[in-house]
Design a protein around this ligand. Sequence first.
Ligand code: FNR
Length: 396
Amino acid sequence: MTTPPPRDWASFQYKIYLNGLISGSVPRLPTDLTRLERLAEHRLGPGPFGYVAGSAGSGATERANRAALDAHRIVPRMLRDVSARDLRTELFGRTLPAPMALAPVGVLSILHPDAEPAAARAAAAEGVPFVLSSASSTPMEEVAAAMGDGERWFQLYWSKDREVTRSFLDRAGAAGFTALFVTLDTPLLAWRPRDLDQAYLPFLHGVGTANYFTDPAFLAGLAKPPHEDPNAAVLHFVSLFADPGKTWPDLAWLREHWDGPIVLKGVLHPDDARAAVEAGMDGVVVSNHGGRQVNGSIGAAAALPAVAAAVGDRVPVLFDSGIRTGDDVFKALALGARAVLLGRPYAYGLALDGQAGVAHVVRSLLAEFELTLALSGHRTPGGLDASALDGPTHGG
Ligand code: FNR
């Protein structure tokens, strides 16, 4: 496999200015990605918007995610020759064009009819990996077909039913998903007032269940196919979707049944990170699910330095929960992440402009990141560490 040359993400801004010059056009979506949420609120119904924007409890963790990133400030350095930049990043034996992938976000059909295939196509076109949720509204094989040979990873909600899990792993492997992301922070659905107040849960309408309703092991547990008895299918899904009884030794079974890298998503404590490495895992994602699970939990970026220190260079540490702009990516990498996962911003991009909206979000974020990197005196993501920041971990 040949390694692609470094890509000039920053030139996206000249394309925008040039388009304006030539045709008077301006971007269809804002280039300040923090504005997307408000726009999506006007576009989406209250159920779908609340499902994406909402968090657990009072929203304290989501605010903590932002506060933990805002607590750090970049300290730019001057006269360091930043003419040649290279954002390429090694991860799981592959060279990514930038230190970013799209996070697993379930039920994208509530945001746009083109749903997961549109987001996955946008990711593939930019060369950015797409992490497909177990709870997608499109079966994994269809998403894989939409992506061609684009890099794809599968996120597992670790079912109570071993045969369903085994079947998901087989299907994901056959469909070309190369890494497995096992989400640990969702053994139960959290208390989410925004959804509760509207009694809105898409899964109960059979949305976000596509991987299950097309799965032979899942279907074997039903008396009638889902289209004949949708309620029974939904109840069966609810009964096996997650398993609060799982413990660390259970990882051995997954290790046995998945050949590629396994990454544990939702790690916040350094001891859990160490346990992941000891269990033979290939990476961890420091994440609190975007504040959607434990209200009052530590901001994800506040947990990152200790996890990165615990893991050292044994496995890569990824990060999500709160990434909104290019400087957030910079900070996450400086705090010890190899790469970040982008969640809500791409979901809003999809809601607002389908595949093109996701592409806009990816290009904007990475252009802003590359410019932040260069303007702060750095040429590669790998060159970042806490000395690039002023803030809690660097002694202020
Ligand atoms: C998620 N997330 C998520 N994670 C996961 O492992 N499987 C999933 O199916 C979903 N579904 C999902 C739906 C929605 C609407 C959101 C907003 C998030 C969590 C996601 O992968 C990621 O951890 C968060 O989105 C990160 O937080 P921010 O940066 O988006 O706030």
